[in-house]
Design a protein around this ligand. Structure first.
Ligand code: NAP
Ligand code: GLV
Length: 287
């Protein structure tokens, strides 16, 4: 994306006067102080759908527009959630390590995995990505339930009134909400205990949505069965305790990270910046 930006625009890499548009990633975002170091800023284009690291309220107060990259990454992120589910239940990463470590030859077959087909799956946040995950689960799930603050009209899944109720009625809880203040710690000890010792947590949303200390404790104490995590509270740091757990699959925030989708995201960022400089309507403004 850097080359494309460089060939089209006068690119600067440090904040300062004269900068009218800023491009940032979801993990980096942009804070109020950096925004204020750019007195001429009028657009922040985020190369991610999640903009929880952007101080949107401050940008709005300064009259700065914000864009993100919805839709183009939905399918790949949903695929990542499904990959994590299967990796946890069918022990894909563990078995791979078992073969590479020569344990198959030395010790014979490893312990059995668990069946995913027929499990009850709960989606926390039935938005674009949550819906794509639910669609993928439909052919193999026993039941699909969801919770979001507003029930989705026409959704063919059972609605749970809150997050604890959702967790209590499913085997797998998939977190697919945005991050930020509104969802911080939404998946807390009570939710994890409701999911229980046979339950699995999948998080492809943001680390901030899950109380990470409570998650580590629940796994360590056997109050939660397993987890598949693409995101963490303090990326790229992953709690040491998780690294040693065989019932946990860990990914380095790769939800949308395919060559095809990263290109589509970069194209959308550039299209937004071009529209801005051409005085045309932005393609995907954050409402
Ligand atoms: P979206 O379409 O806006 O969906 C978000 C869903 O979360 C909505 O159903 C919303 O419904 C629900 N929600 C919001 N606040 C909630 C709350 N407090 N309690 C319960 N539900 C709540 O967004 P999306 O495109 O699906 O993306 C979702 C998030 O996935 C992004 O914001 C990003 O953080 C994350 N993501 C991660 C990766 C990765 O690489 N791992 C990739 C892409 C996206 P209501 O408003 O009705 O509550
Ligand atoms: C990735 O995490 C995104 O929000 O697009």
């Amino acid at each position: 994306m850097l080359d494309d930006l460089q060939s089209r625009f006068d690119l600067r890499t440090a904040p300062g006067p004269g900068i009218r548009a800023a491009v940032t990633g979801g993990a980096e975002g942009i804070d109020a102080a950096t925004i204020d170091r750019c007195p001429d800023l009028a657009l922040i284009a985020v190369c991610a759908v999640g903009y929880d690291k952007v101080d949107v309220a401050h940008a709005r107060a300064r009259g700065i527009a914000v864009t993100n990259t919805p839709d183009v990454l939905t399918e790949d992120t949903a695929d990542t959630a499904i990959a994590l589910m299967f990796a946890v239940y069918r022990r894909v990463a563990l078995y791979d390590r078992y073969v590479r470590d020569g344990r198959w030859e030395k010790e014979g077959p490893p312990p059995l995995a668990r069946k995913l087909t027929g499990r009850r799956i709960g989606i926390l946040g039935l938005g674009r990505i949550g819906s794509a995950i639910a669609k993928r689960c439909a052919p193999f799930a026993g039941e699909i339930a969801y919770h979001s603050r507003t029930p989705v009209p026409g959704a063919p899944y059972r609605y749970a009134a809150d997050t604890v109720a959702l967790a209590a009625g499913v085997d797998v809880l998939v977190v697919a909400t945005p991050g930020g203040k509104g969802t911080a710690g939404l998946v807390d000890r009570a939710v994890l205990d409701a999911l229980g010792p046979d339950g699995t947590l999948i998080n492809i949303a943001r680390g901030s949505v899950v109380d990470e200390d409570a998650l580590v404790a629940a796994l360590a104490e056997g109050r939660l069965g397993a987890a598949g995590l693409d995101v963490f509270a303090h990326e790229p740091h992953v709690p040491e305790t998780l690294l040693a757990m065989e019932n946990v699959v860990l990914l380095p925030h790769q939800g949308s990270a395919t060559v095809e989708t990263r290109k589509a995201m970069a194209d959308l960022v550039i299209a937004n910046v071009e529209a801005f400089f051409a005085g045309k309507p932005l393609l995907t403004p954050v409402e």
